[in-house]
Ligand binder design. Structure first.
Ligand SMILES: [Zn+2]
Length: 372
């Protein structure tokens, strides 16, 4: 109970969204959703909703050539989790995905109990379906973790319009040089060369402004101890440093946490990838962004992503530098969307095994369960 009271107080005293510069309709909609009952409604975590109140349009035309399930099927599973004892659903905002205007909600499913927590993020890039499907198939894992008193934030499908279209970014199918992502956090993270300024003065897009605002607010109530962000990648993108030699069908993970390439959780995830026949990129190989891979792990990547944000010790918020979410362990998992043995089922199974290891990872990171 004390914990819930603390949660409520922290939420009330966080800076209000309404002081943010406008993104007009999007922000107004976001505000309505975040505060449906005012700040002191009956819910212990203001901004949460009944899963039954979240409406998914029936006629979403979704890409299905790779065998991915219909979007309604995924939401049904996520809302079932949100309806389970100890959980609530929060709608972060409605993502417009078609003209005339239709929307899909970007949701979080979280435990009622707040505190140091595990965050699971998925579906940031729309052409990477294995993570969102693995979460939908494994909601029991989260129910068991909650029963054990482990606070959770699950963001199962962060870019639902991208999933429906098989598009990586919000407005582009794929353009690595100028694609804008829901997770872009450049406006919040100190610049690598001049830490007295954020990397970019403004958010790269209005969706990421709303999304990352939610991330920062939520991280102050559910401080992330472990973050697992489930991604996938193209099979032909790993290069040697001269960019003359490719290492096809090889993969890697990112470790953004304080232990970098030495993070035992990142190493365990590399083991799970190997066990499921994912070939790790050789030491010294690089991604298309010039990030060096050692032991299957990229550490120290300054990509201004939501993962970088969640591991940051300092961030900018409303023009001031404040303490960042400082997650101890942040691992971005990459399975390959094509290649020998890389069937959709194997990729989903791999992500599922990582989810099934969360309790072990929690113990490795020194997580303390909340006692009822
Ligand atoms: Zn990705």
């Amino acid at each position: 109970m004390q914990n819930r009271l603390a949660t409520l107080l922290k939420t009330i005293f966080l800076p209000s969204l309404s002081t943010m510069p406008g993104w007009r309709n999007g922000i107004r909609e976001g505000l309505k959703i975040l505060c449906p009952q005012g700040l002191v409604g009956p819910s212990p975590t203001p901004g949460t909703m009944n899963a039954a109140d979240i409406k998914i349009p029936r006629d979403v035309k979704a890409y299905s050539e790779d065998g991915r399930p219909a979007i309604g099927e995924l939401y049904a599973a996520y809302l079932e989790l949100g309806n389970s004892p100890g959980f609530v659903v929060e709608k972060i905002y409605d993502r417009i995905y078609s003209e005339p205007e239709k929307t899909l909600p970007v949701i979080a499913v979280k435990t009622l109990e707040a505190g140091k927590s595990i965050w699971v993020i998925s579906g940031i890039h729309g052409e990477e379906p294995a993570g969102p499907v693995a979460i939908a198939r494994n909601i029991k894992i989260f129910i068991e973790l909650a029963k054990k008193g482990i606070p959770l934030i699950v963001l199962p499908l962060c870019n639902p319009a991208g999933y429906a279209r098989n598009w990586r970014y919000l407005f582009d199918k794929k353009n690595y040089d100028k694609g804008r992502s829901i997770g872009d956090s450049d406006h919040l993270i100190p610049d690598e060369k001049n830490s007295s300024m954020p990397h970019l003065p403004e958010p790269s897009n209005h969706d990421s402004e709303i999304f990352t605002e939610w991330i920062v607010k939520t991280a102050s109530v559910y401080p992330p101890l472990i973050v697992i962000d489930l991604h996938e990648d193209d099979p032909e993108t790993i290069l040697d440093p001269t960019e003359s030699l490719r290492f096809p069908h090889s993969t890697y993970v990112y470790s953004h946490g304080e232990l970098g390439a030495g993070d035992p959780i990142a190493k365990e995830i590399v083991k799970i990838l190997k066990k499921n026949n994912h070939k790790l990129a050789p030491d010294g190989a690089e991604t298309r962004f010039g990030e060096k891979i050692v032991g299957g792990i990229i550490s120290g990547a300054k990509d201004y992503s939501v993962d970088h944000l969640l591991s940051s010790r300092e961030i900018f918020y409303k023009g001031k530098k404040i303490a960042g979410p400082s997650a101890k362990s942040v691992v971005v998992v990459e399975t390959l969307t094509e290649g020998p043995g890389m069937s959709f089922e194997n990729r989903i199974k791999t992500h599922g095994e990582i989810l099934d290891s969360l309790e072990r990872f929690w113990g490795m990171a020194g997580g303390q369960a909340i006692k009822p």
